[in-house]
Design a protein around this ligand. Structure first.
Ligand code: SF4
Length: 619
């Protein structure tokens, strides 16, 4: 029997259809090869989903996974990953959430929770250590996330960890998120809709234990040093004052602020979204458990309601829609949070509708800057109240099929996931990061834009740009997503990366070096890529290198404003970057992992699985 330190060694499995509850004691191989979080989720989904599973069927599985660093008293460890086959993209989907539920899951004695099946009537999954039960949720089904969360806490206790969905998840909007702690959300590729399809309103967790660690004193010393270092960093004060909202000004100055459905990188009213307005209307600051650099700015939105604002939400619902008033944009953000719908995808689908209106492709459309129209449209989308709402609720990729045969050219997505907040007309590396992200167009795996803007070779397509994307994907998308810890102490304040393998060793007693973690990162990337290829192959959607292309608009329509006037991406040069990216990854010319690559990472069974469904693998 393995004596676990750091890891709990247990995965809780719940079948909502049969009511069966099992505690799986997993083996050391899983821990060492996949570490936790995204690693566990990707492995479980590859191994256990029948190829071609309908994402909204009871057979799909929802994985809620912590890692060996989660919930330990170390910097920014209050995070978990929530993953499933995505109803938006048809591929692998996950999101990362800072939540008390992460802490409670580990205190309850589990590293992960796997949910399958579906309830007949809406329910809560309530976990308290070894007690696991389903309770009816008729009191909150149909209710917004803020009111629901308050009721759930009143019922189960204020200290419980709660992950819940709103009407968007219940109504199976494919970009519905999972929400926690009044408006914090994650799982952009429709993790909320997967919960909704299982009629699971909330997961409520309470734990009374603590994960044990191998070298307690060493861990304490390291953690205390890291906490002190974070506080002494020059950017600390500014970060805790403004958080990611500083990025609006930076993006405008760098000409990457998404504007008018990613047509431009500068917005004429950008100043009205700058961080000084955050300061003016700030109500309080909040953050994730165990974090001493909290970045959640709660401001009073128009009408006085409170909302936590961050860069992506404000850019996508603000400049991208031509709306330049922070408190108004915050109100849109609040409505999206209440309904449990992803603000980034929402901004992208509404931006698409505005451009389609301008091009006269849809009749009952919506104009740029129409704040009241957008406020109504959010409800129309979530509740399917109007034709336009029902159209946009499909997500931008599916909406193009209805709008016009060439509307795909201004549909801003990669693999079906709408692009997050960085315009890439003049940012080839960031375009590659979107193109090759393992969930679709999201920045979390490789936020290479900051490096690219200051690289001195903004418009270049050189090999070092590709290498940087891979490096960041390994660290951010691999190491941080498997350990599971927040990457921002490193990204924003420059906390030394070396802390993480040392913290892992102190927690688990196993000497895992940085290079070992990079190997795990590559293994996870390969299994996720294999998942996409398998699902697209079985569902006859077709798979080719074109799946790794950013939106056509960035190649076709140059910037018409700002310091980078006239810039657009070059398709040939992008292709060359992609080919080099595949080479570095050990994938073939269509971005499919080679047999030898899968073998190198101990994934021969994955190669076999791909061949069994008819995928031809190169050696
Ligand atoms: S930096 Fe922000 S996102 Fe990261 S743990 Fe702290 S509060 Fe959460």
């Amino acid at each position: 029997m393995v004596v676990w330190k750091g890891w709990t060694g247990k995965i809780l499995r719940v079948n909502l259809t049969t009511g069966e509850v099992k505690v799986q004691e997993y083996d050391a191989e899983l821990a060492l090869n996949f570490v936790g979080g995204r690693g566990f989720a990707a492995k479980i989904l590859w191994d256990e989903l029948r190829p071609g599973t309908d994402p909204l069927s009871p057979e799909n599985k929802l994985v809620v996974a912590a890692g060996p660093l989660t919930a330990l008293p170390i910097p920014s460890s209050g995070k978990l990953v929530i993953a499933s086959k995505s109803p938006l993209t048809g591929g692998y989907g996950d999101g990362n959430i800072g939540t008390e539920a992460a802490v409670q899951l580990r205190r309850a004695g589990y590293d992960a929770l796997v949910i399958e099946g579906a309830l007949k009537t809406p329910g809560y999954l309530y976990i308290e250590d070894s007690k696991v039960e389903i309770q009816e949720a008729l009191d909150t089904w149909g209710m917004d996330t803020f009111t629901s969360e308050r009721r759930i806490r009143a019922r189960f206790g204020e200290d419980a960890g709660v992950l819940l969905i709103g009407p968007a998840g219940e109504n199976l909007v494919p970009f519905a998120t999972v929400v926690c702690q009044e408006g914090r959300s994650g799982g952009r590729p429709g993790m909320g809709a997967v919960m909704g399809s299982k009629r699971l309103k909330a997961i409520v967790i309470r734990g009374t234990g603590e994960p044990t660690v191998a070298k307690e004193r060493e861990l304490e010393e390291l953690a205390s040093k890291a906490y002190d270092e974070i506080k002494s960093k020059p950017g600390y004060e500014k970060w805790t004052k403004y958080g990611t909202m500083m990025t609006v000004r930076w993006s405008q100055e760098a000409s990457v602020l998404p504007t008018y459905n990613f047509s431009e990188g500068v917005f004429e009213e950008a100043e009205s979204l700058y961080e000084e307005y955050v300061e003016e209307f700030k109500v309080r600051q909040r953050g994730c458990p165990h974090c001493n650099m909290p970045c959640g700015n709660v401001i009073a939105a128009e009408g006085g309601v409170e909302v936590e604002v961050d860069y992506e939400n404000i850019a996508m619902l603000g400049s991208n829609l031509g709306i330049g008033n922070l408190r108004r944009v915050a109100l849109l953000n609040r409505r999206a949070d209440e309904l449990g719908v992803d603000t980034i995808s929402l901004g992208a689908v509404i931006g698409f509708a505005m451009e389609a209106t301008e091009r006269k492709l849809i009749k009952e459309g919506i104009e740029w800057g129409d704040f009241n129209g957008v406020l109504e449209l959010i409800d129309d989308i979530v509740y399917g109240r109007t034709e336009l709402g029902r159209l946009l609720a499909k997500g931008v990729r599916r909406a193009t099929i209805v709008v016009s045969s060439d509307s795909w050219k201004f549909a801003m997505h990669v693999k079906g996931l709408e692009v997050s907040g960085y315009d890439c007309h003049a940012a080839p590396a960031m375009a590659l990061a979107y193109g090759t992200s393992p969930v679709g167009a999201h920045h979390k795996d490789a936020w290479v834009i900051a490096w690219e803007v200051s690289s001195g070779d903004r418009l270049g397509y050189g090999k070092e740009k590709v290498e940087k994307v891979v490096e960041l994907q390994r660290i951010r998308g691999g190491m941080f997503e498997t350990l599971v810890a927040c990457r921002l102490p490193w990204v924003e304040l420059g906390l030394d990366l070396d802390y993480y393998p040392r913290l892992l060793e102190a927690a688990t007693g196993i000497g895992v070096g940085f290079d070992d973690l990079m190997m795990v990162a590559d293994r996870v990337y390969n299994i996720i890529r294999a998942f996409w290829v398998r699902e697209y192959h079985v569902e006859r959607r077709g798979w080719s290198y074109r799946m790794d292309y950013p939106p056509q608009k960035w190649f076709e329509s140059p910037l018409t404003k700002g310091p980078l006037f006239g810039a657009k991406l070059d398709p040939e040069k992008y292709r060359a970057m992609l080919e080099y990216y595949y080479k570095l990854r050990g994938w073939d010319s269509n971005g499919i992992p080679r047999k030898s690559t899968l073998s190198k990472f101990g994934l021969d069974y994955v190669a076999k699985g791909l061949e069994e469904v008819g995928v031809r693998l190169s050696e």
